[in-house]
Design a protein around this ligand. Sequence first.
Ligand code: EPU
Length: 312
Amino acid sequence: MIVMAAFTDGFATRNRVQTQRLAELTTFRIGGPATVAVLDAREDLAEALERGARWLGKGANLLVGDEGLPMPVVRLGRDFDFIREAGAGVLAVGAATDLAKLVNHCIAHGLAGPEGLAGVPATVGGALRMNAGTVHCWTLDFVRRVEVVLPGRDQPEWIERSAMPAVYRSSGLPAGTLFLGCELALTPGDPQALKERGGKLKKAKADSQPLALPSAGCVFKNPSKELPAGKLIDQLGLKGARVGGVEVSPVHANFIVNPGRDALAQDVVRLVRRIRRTAFKERGVVLEMEIEAWACPDELRAHPAELSDEHP
Ligand code: EPU
């Protein structure tokens, strides 16, 4: 059952609060209801933390369960949406900033690096948290330090990049860390050349990924450079495999798409089970989730040997 999480009147006046289906706020177009707040006023951060909020960015890498969430879901708003010069080649960027806006800003100002993230759908906060990236680079490659609230803490703090054990698709900070912003240290580049590089990346993505259909991007981490998950799932003959309203994309096998926009999280969980079971049984490969899952069954994190072939 969904318990409505009330905020104080002051919070509700300074920020935008409503009950919403998270399907409206995720690119997968899947997910039940929650109390959703857009945190415009930084002064109210403490109250959101006290409520045990879940922090949502662009919802581009997320599967939300069909029952929704009992705790509030908070998106960073106005006070966290900025790009400011902070010295030669240094930018201070708020976590609510759209990553595409940051990429375009850097290209226009001749600041090299972030053009390698062109086409990645995310807020800056989400990209930091996931260390989102492409074949060219990862978000944390250009970061000097990040402003975060660590799990269990009630105050923001700055952490130097050198103290973050970032790896492929992980910031290295504990799960549940809230990212408020960062400082980027960038080198000069020719705007025209940066624009062309970013454009090429976006085109390659559009040519090889099902961008027109609702999805959460790549579902699984690549088990290794030699064996990308998409290639493996393709080799297993699972392109086009369907459960309920979802299917393995015939365009790119590491995407699960929701073509009718009416799929359930449960459908995704069952299809993921089938893919993980098959990869393990036929090739001995353990596929790990790349996308985040909220209010979904624990089996998404279980070893595939522990899963039965039976549908739940
Ligand atoms: N491949 C197939 N069949 C498929 C899909 C891919 O054989 O159905 C082959 C491709 O031909 C290629 C190899 O697998 O030889 C790798 O495919 P691709 O170049 O599309 O890259 P990827 O490893 O699948 C990664 C990121 C993407 C990112 C692209 C482009 C991961 C899990 N995925 O995909 O990130 O957009 O590189 O930079 O690291 C995401 O994080 O959500 C995401 C989509």
